[in-house]
Design a protein around this ligand. Structure first.
Ligand SMILES: NC(=O)c1ccc[n+]([C@@H]2O[C@H](COP(=O)([O-])OP(=O)(O)OC[C@H]3O[C@@H](n4cnc5c(N)ncnc54)[C@H](OP(=O)(O)O)[C@@H]3O)[C@@H](O)[C@H]2O)c1
Length: 247
């Protein structure tokens, strides 16, 4: 499944799943535009992709800022002429009991995980409509399917991602645009290292002891599968869990 000539934008590409997805798409021939806030990491990733024989560009962007997200998509079109794939991957998971009332963290999760998907999606729709083709890939989570203690707000944001993805799929299906929701279980990335709540930190540590997590490359392979299909195919949802994961 060659992606040669395709332009793929990946948000949150500075680490974890986004980083691995950029490398995997580039390995299939796509020109990857890697975005995120940590510019040094994006530059290092682009260098790696080029060293491996791929094509990469970087764009520093905070997806919670509508202006930045819109300008990012517009600039990609100016530089590369099109956007074939948008992977809305940027996300944060700041687990804690609702009772603790960490409202700044609730807002951050809503801003990054929901608005951070909506802003680039809104910006890319006219581009893909004009092309008559494109695939939008949104990264949800198994947390969206089964809420657990301490994960209420995160689960809500990831359920929102799944819900709005289906609406966007239905809104765009006559325009040649596909929408895929990837639903990963636990993946070994830096995501949980940003958790500030001690109880939640302990919960993640216990989970890691009892179960082998997925690697970011496992999820990247699912993204490559979804975007590499013929244009008549829409891979709507893919759930990928560690074998040991019950939830
Ligand atoms: N790890 C898991 O177990 C798991 C399971 C299911 C779903 N997911 C989802 O997978 C996605 C990727 O997470 P990951 O596990 O790979 O974690 P990660 O390594 O922490 O990656 C998160 C990425 O999001 C970016 N990001 C955060 N805030 C941002 C902002 N305001 N603007 C732009 N980019 C921002 C970060 O880049 P900068 O800091 O450089 O901006 C980083 O590259 C997330 O949506 C997460 O919810 C993860």
């Amino acid at each position: 499944m060659s992606l040669t000539g395709k332009v793929a934008v990946i948000t949150g590409a500075s680490s974890g799943i986004g980083h691995a997805t950029a490398k995997a798409l580039a390995a299939q021939g796509a020109t990857v535009v890697v975005t995120g806030r940590r510019e040094d990491r994006l530059v290092a990733l682009a260098k790696e992709v080029v060293q491996d024989g791929g094509i990469a560009d970087t764009y520093t962007c905070d997806v919670t800022d509508e202006g930045q997200a819109t300008a990012m998509i517009e600039d990609v079109v100016k530089r590369h002429g099109r956007v074939d794939v948008l992977v809305n991957n940027a996300g944060v998971m700041l687990l804690s009991r609702i009772e603790r009332g960490l409202t700044d963290e609730w807002r951050q999760m809503t801003d990054v995980n929901v608005h951070g998907v909506l802003f680039p999606t809104h910006a890319v729709i006219p581009v893909m409509k004009a092309q008559g083709s494109g695939t939008i890939v949104n990264i949800s989570s198994t947390a969206a399917r089964r809420s657990r203690p301490l994960g209420g707000v995160y689960a809500a944001t990831k359920a929102a991602v799944a819900a709005l993805s289906e609406s966007v799929r239905l809104e765009l299906l006559k325009d040649g645009i596909g929408v895929t929701v990837i639903i990963p279980g636990a993946v070994d990335t830096e995501l949980s290292t940003h958790i500030t709540d001690k109880e939640a930190q302990g919960g993640i540590a216990a989970l890691k002891q009892n179960m082998e997590f997925l690697q970011p490359e496992d999820v990247a392979a699912a993204v490559v599968y979804a975007v590499g299909q013929p244009s008549r195919v829409n891979v709507s949802e893919l759930v990928i869990r560690p074998r040991m994961q019950e939830f």
